[in-house]
Design a protein around this ligand. Structure first.
Ligand code: BYC
Length: 469
């Protein structure tokens, strides 16, 4: 049975806003049709041990129980209001906006729609993965991620319906009409049209692509448009689990491979993922996710910052908030060579955010390398490719770079491509490992068991119950 509008947990006083209620009442059945059509396939009637946010209080945002996914209570939560002032840009120090300022309406709608579009896209990308889960624990985790992406869509749709009138409603409808990977109505950002048809790709996506989400949401959490800032602040609390699923998922694949190698065994023969293949998947998903920050030099980013719509990571902890008169140093390809460029800092805001992201990704890679050592290996390491490698957005798009970021010819790139990026054979091999393991406490051959269970439960807890139970 589908949820009624009254049952939507919220802290936006939904019951007192008739116009908003009517708009959401119309949208909700379409959301559920979308969920049933392209949401997780094969498990809609199962009972999943899920976390639901029922309030913003400390004991309310992580309520655990068995739920059938179509009955999940997708709530609308904004962090409570505080006495915020605009924290950066030309409007620094002015009161935050409670309604959309006319001059920033288009930019804000565009940002919100772009953010919103990624949420259903990722659910669509992952819809078949339940059928090949490596354990019941992982099965539960992917569904947790999926329902929360659904809630993040609700969060953005609330903003569109509440603050953008008719065109907001139209945009909300379009969010359910686009489909990841389709030719005629693809999702907006490139990475969200990539197929995710094996679990190694899923863990990489949750590690690298969801992490772009963390940084974009953190930048929007600084926004002078207060409803957006308060919404994204709350979304960030959920995002942490998604990142954990990705980072620890890759870590467990590395651990399994590392343990086999330390025992003198060939991971391939043991139906695990060889280290060089893990590295190629890192190269692929990291480079694809770097594109999500936009071009290195962007007048859009400068305008968003100047207006006070999108800040830097933890802008509120920085000392200077105008970013005027400062420059950012870049190396970009021009006429077949790399040239140095000084650009106004505001125009480099995408790159400034990408810097923070790269540091965070490096931290995770360092952790995976420690796992290799702990498993008994010496001299084996994983690494991030240079940020110029394999880019499809920004000045490096259309040029060719090696893993160290050196400009090379297309012929050189092609000669090494199979060492650097997953080949069709690699993908076929990884896919060949994907057999469902859903017996309690068991895990697939290619991944180590989780270090601990969810919400203090044991690793072999019955996280997913069949429909008849
Ligand atoms: N693909 O000025 P530029 C998440 C377009 S993930 C395709 O360099 P800008 C999640 C761009 O639109 C976080 N097109 O870029 C993760 C522009 O087009 P126009 C999602 C791209 O505007 C996992 C042109 O290229 N949130 O939450 O500074 C699971 C020149 O662009 C791409 C957001 O993205 C691309 N990758 O920055 C679930 C936050 N990149 O104007 C969820 C909102 C650029 O020429 N979005 N283009 O037609 C933004 O702030 C900005 O739109 C971007 C782009 C940072 C994405």
């Amino acid at each position: 049975m589908a949820q009624s509008l009254e049952s939507i947990p919220n802290n936006v006083d939904l019951s007192s806003d008739r116009r908003l209620q009517r708009a959401l009442e119309q949208w909700q059945p379409n959301f559920l049709s979308w969920w049933n059509e392209v949401g997780p396939e094969g498990f809609q009637a199962h009972q999943i041990y899920l976390r639901t946010a029922i309030s913003v209080e400390t004991d309310g945002w992580a309520h655990f129980d068995y739920v059938r996914m179509p009955e999940y209570r997708w709530g609308i939560f904004l962090e409570p209001k505080s006495d915020r002032k605009i924290g950066f840009g030309d409007n620094l120090g002015r009161p935050v906006w409670e309604e959309v300022p006319g001059e920033h309406r288009n930019a804000l709608r565009r940002i919100i729609v772009t953010q919103a579009d990624t949420e259903p896209a990722s659910v669509e990308q992952q819809r078949l993965l339940g059928k090949t889960c490596p354990s019941m624990y992982d099965l539960r985790n992917i569904f947790q991620v999926n329902v929360e992406e659904g809630r993040h869509l609700w969060a953005m749709v609330y903003l569109l319906h509440r603050y953008f009138g008719r065109d907001g409603r139209e945009e909300a409808d379009e969010l359910l009409a686009r489909r990841s990977g389709t030719g005629d109505k693809p999702r907006i950002l490139n990475t969200f049209n990539e197929p995710i048809d094996d679990w190694l790709s899923f863990f990489m996506f949750a590690m690298f692509t969801d992490r772009d989400g963390k940084y974009q949401l953190a930048a929007l959490a600084q926004s002078g448009f207060d409803p957006l800032a308060r919404t994204t602040r709350f979304m960030l609390t959920e995002e942490a689990h998604h990142l954990f699923v990705g980072e620890s998922g890759v870590d467990r694949v590395v651990q399994r491979c590392g343990e086999l190698m330390a025992a003198g065994k060939d991971p391939r023969k043991e139906h695990a993922v060889p280290l060089e293949m893990i590295q190629k998947y890192i190269n692929f998903w990291f480079s694809l996710s770097l594109d999500l920050f936009g071009g290195e030099v962007s007048s859009n980013a400068a305008d968003f910052f100047a207006a006070g719509l999108k800040g830097r990571f933890r802008e509120d902890t920085l000392e200077e908030h105008k970013a005027m008169g400062e420059t950012y140093h870049l190396e970009v390809p021009e006429d077949g060579k790399l040239v140095e460029q000084e650009v106004p800092l505001r125009n480099a805001m995408n790159e400034v955010l990408r810097d923070e992201y790269v540091k965070d990704c490096q931290r995770a890679v360092d952790r995976w390398n420690k796992t290799l050592v702990r498993a008994g290996n010496t001299g084996l390491t994983l690494s991030l490719p240079h940020r110029r490698f394999h880019r499809a957005v920004g000045p490096c798009a259309g040029c060719f770079f090696d893993l160290e970021g050196r400009l090379i010819s297309e012929a050189e790139f092609k000669a090494h491509e199979a060492e650097w990026l997953p080949t069709a054979e690699d993908r076929a091999y990884v896919k060949s490992l994907m057999h469902p393991v859903i017996e309690r406490g068991k895990v697939a051959s290619w991944i180590a068991p989780p270090a601990k269970g969810i919400n203090g439960m044991p690793g072999d807890y019955e996280y997913v119950k069949p429909p008849e139970a």
